[in-house]
Each structure stands twice: as C-alpha cells, then as structure tokens.
Design a protein around this ligand. Structure first.
Ligand code: ZN
Length: 88
C-alpha cells in the first residue's frame, strides 16, 4: 500500500501511464482513502490540461511557452511539439 509521499512522487508517472498495473492499483486505492492526495491528483489533472493547452496557445509569447515546456516537458512528452523541442 502506497503512502502519501509515494503517491505524490508517482502522480506524474501515473498521468503518463508509466506505472505498472500493481503500482497504479496501489495509487488508485490510496486516492480512494486519502482526501489530501485526491486533491493533489485533481490539481495535477487540471494543471496538466492547462499546461497542455497553453503550449499550443498562440496568444502566449513564444518565450513563455518554451519556459512552460521546460518545466512540464516530461508531462507533455507523449504529445511532443517539435516546434518547442528543436533549436535550443
Ligand atoms: Zn495520501
């Protein structure tokens, strides 16, 4: 059974589908019992959506989009934007 620290440490990987079935089940069962981690999970889910949108939003300055991508590139890796990864 995962504890809070483990759960929070694995949440990104959970979103990226990088966890084994056992690790994923562990986290899901922890989220079922722990409101704190569930809130963090919801927050990350929301954040990921916002970040994924913002790197594609043409109204955001390129430099800021690159910065966002640098911070959250791991999270967004599955839908890589070549425009942002090339050249730096
Ligand atoms: Zn917890």
């Amino acid at each position: 059974m995962a504890d809070c620290n483990e759960t929070l440490a694995e949440i990104w990987r959970f979103f990226d589908d990088q966890l084994s079935d056992a690790a994923r089940a562990d986290i899901e069962s922890h989220l079922g019992e722990c409101t704190d981690c569930l809130q963090a999970f919801d927050f990350y889910a929301e954040l990921k959506t916002v970040v994924a949108k913002s790197v594609r939003d043409d109204t955001i300055p390129e430099s800021l989009r690159i910065k966002i991508f640098e911070c959250f590139g791991d999270v967004l890796a599955e839908d890589d934007d070549p425009e942002l990864t090339s050249g730096s």
